[in-house]
Design a protein around this ligand. Structure first.
Ligand SMILES: N[C@@H](CCC(=O)N[C@@H](CS)C(=O)NCC(=O)O)C(=O)O
Length: 227
């Protein structure tokens, strides 16, 4: 059986978990919380050269990157695929995955997470409201506007769930856990898309499994009742 190390509510860990659930790959979960000093196991730097989560172990084989893990799972259990056949759609899925990690996470979700959770609750550093305001006012509108322009159906690319949906929606789950909301009057397609993907059976199963962590951390789950 595979082992996924990470925190179920982390953006990148959820990518691995949702992909495993979608493909009905059996896995066990090991909780590793890198932001809590002393939490990672002694061999963590061997498992994760960057120190980040998630990490996948399949027997004596180890992978430490969510996209690498999802691609590995896609080969290990090809059905259902998380990449479309069409070459351009394939390229677009890779693009959205890169955009999710390199832009949405890096410039929106990560700074909001650090300012609302890691700083005040773990590192004893007060929230810097100016950072949050800058993300919401100057950074986020371009990203949300772009996504709004890309949504034409239930899924971002093609007519089945792909890594694009898994990666993008995973970011906005955390965004909403933190109490931030997508303005549905300004971004109606994006708001509807996020609701629909969160309501799929695979996401519902992943979200149910992470609920104890969400409750323990006092995060917001109200947005999921609409899903
Ligand atoms: N490119 C990596 C990014 C992983 C990443 O940023 N993980 C975050 C959690 S979502 C993490 O480990 N943060 C802990 C830290 O920054 O110390 C991937 O896709 O797996």
């Amino acid at each position: 059986m595979l082992t996924i190390h990470g925190v179920p509510l982390s953006v990148h860990t959820r990518k691995a978990i949702v992909t495993a659930i979608l493909k009905k790959v059996d896995y066990r979960f090991e909780v590793v919380i890198p932001v809590i000093p002393g939490n990672p196991p002694a061999n963590w730097s061997t498992l994760s050269p960057t120190g980040l989560i998630p990490v996948l172990q399949d027997g004596d084989f180890t992978l430490a990157d969510s996209t690498a893990i999802c691609l590995y799972l896609d080969r290990k259990q090809p059905a259902p695929p998380i990449f479309p056949e069409d070459i351009r759609d394939y390229g677009r899925v890779l693009w959205f995955d890169a955009y999710a990690g390199g832009t949405i996470f890096r410039h929106v979700v990560h700074p909001l997470f650090v300012q609302t959770i890691v700083g005040p609750n773990i590192r004893n550093v007060p929230t810097d409201r100016a950072v949050i305001d800058d993300v919401l006012t100057n950074v986020q509108p371009k990203i949300l506007g772009y996504l709004e322009s890309q949504i034409a159906g239930k899924y971002l690319v093609g007519d089945t769930m792909t890594l694009a949906d898994i990666a993008i929606v995973s970011n906005f789950i955390v965004y909403q856990y933190l109490g931030f909301e997508i303005d549905a009057s300004r971004y109606p397609k994006l708001a509807g898309y996020l609701r629909e993907i969160a309501a799929t059976a695979v996401f519902q199963r992943a979200l149910a499994d992470e609920r104890p962590f969400v409750d323990q951390m006092g995060l917001k789950r109200g947005f999921l009742s609409a899903a």
